[in-house]
Design a protein around this ligand. Structure first.
Ligand SMILES: CC(C)(COP(=O)(O)OP(=O)(O)OC[C@H]1O[C@@H](n2cnc3c(N)ncnc32)[C@H](O)[C@@H]1OP(=O)(O)O)[C@@H](O)C(=O)NCCC(=O)NCCS
Length: 153
């Protein structure tokens, strides 16, 4: 879904996917887990996913230190499930994981189509637009997790 230009699911594997510090988060339907989201007529129980990597933001100079941040990547929810809170649930879990690791910043390379979503989640823009080949316009965005609400996941 995120990379339709890639030839196969195997080609979507990131070199860092199996890093010891990598964390993969998913959001499921209520049929799968009692705390899941109720959506009917979906192809499977997984509604969305994202990954967190211990990668410092080196695209631009940032006002925090290496080791203080986590990188949010490959964030997406099924088209049929959008607008139902699955994306927000993933961000809440990502915030909690960032805190659990004693870090303070969650950053990402955000696609233009998702700017509004990340802004709604409290992320700020760190730079101007730049282009990633095959994907399109992006801006780097970051969330200071100390400013995010303490929520139960
Ligand atoms: C961006 C994305 C992850 C959002 O997921 P979602 O499951 O629709 O998000 P939610 O339903 O939890 O939305 C949370 C809030 O953000 C808002 N929102 C969601 N997408 C938005 C957008 N593109 N622009 C503005 N606001 C948006 C929702 O209206 C909701 O607001 P509310 O709290 O006032 O109700 C999803 O649209 C997606 O997978 N897009 C395609 C892949 C992509 O671009 N991923 C980002 C890669 S950087």
């Amino acid at each position: 879904m995120l990379w339709p230009h890639k030839p196969s699911p195997e080609a979507c594997v990131l070199p860092v996917d199996n890093d010891p510090g990598a964390v993969h988060l998913g959001v499921w339907t209520q049929e799968e887990v009692p705390w899941g989201i109720r959506v009917s007529d979906l192809p499977g129980p997984l509604l969305g996913a994202c990954s967190l990597f211990q990668q410092h933001c080196d695209r631009i100079a940032v006002p925090w230190q290496e080791g203080d941040d986590l990188r949010l990547r490959v964030m997406g929810t099924l088209p049929q499930a959008r607008g139902m809170g699955a994306g927000a649930a993933l961000i809440r879990a990502a915030v909690e994981e960032t805190r659990r690791q004693g870090r303070c910043m969650l950053w990402c390379d955000a696609r233009e189509v998702a700017f509004g979503f990340y802004e709604r989640m409290g992320f700020d823009f760190l730079n101007d637009m730049y282009h990633i080949p095959d994907i399109g316009p992006h801006r780097t965005m970051a969330l200071d997790v100390s400013l995010a609400p303490q929520l139960k996941i």
